[in-house]
Design a protein around this ligand. Structure first.
Ligand SMILES: [Zn+2]
Length: 172
């Protein structure tokens, strides 16, 4: 096993044992714009997202996960990455993350720098780099849904009409 694979394994373990943005630790959102549940029946993973949209941004997110360590870690790192992002950028990241999990291709962080909306801070790029920890999952098709569940659930949440209404309302 290469050094980076070991670091990635450690990162996934860390996040699964101490997930960020979980309501047990941070409290539930008092006025989420949308609440969305997701289930991965093949493994038994469950997730509930609470999202507050302000303007065109995901200003707060909570992730309540039950399931295997890959699903817990994916939820934790997803929340770290998308909190503060614009809806447009989050959609782009969902697409890139899913492509990485299915094909094993890199996230291509340069693209995010080009989007240039909030990526200027180095700390935020590190959060994105951490997501590459899941790149090896494509070799284990049975675990793909464990890694993508929370991202698909986020996508469903962003597709809800409530969010589109908020977004439109704030824009005009
Ligand atoms: Zn799982």
């Amino acid at each position: 096993m290469s050094i980076s694979q070991e670091l990635y394994k450690e990162l996934i373990l860390e996040h699964s044992q101490n997930p960020s943005h979980c309501p047990n630790k941070c409290g539930h959102l008092s006025n989420p714009t949308v609440v969305q549940e997701g289930v991965n029946r093949s493994c038994g993973d469950e997730v509930e997202l609470e999202i507050l949209i302000e303007g065109d941004k995901i200003s707060s997110i909570r992730v309540e996960s039950r399931g295997c360590s890959i699903s817990l870690a994916s939820g934790s790192m997803m929340a770290d990455a998308v909190e503060g992002m614009s809806i447009r950028e989050a959609r782009h990241l969902i697409e890139r993350f899913k492509a990485m999990i299915i094909t094993g291709e890199a996230l291509n962080l340069l693209e995010f720098e080009k989007l240039g909306e909030i990526r200027e801070k180095l700390g935020e790029l590190e959060v994105l780099e951490d997501l590459e920890a899941f790149r090896g999952v494509h070799k284990y098709p049975i675990r793909v849904k464990c890694a993508t569940l929370v991202w698909s659930t986020l996508e469903q949440a962003l597709n809800q009409s409530k969010i589109k209404e908020t977004y439109r309302y704030e824009k005009t």
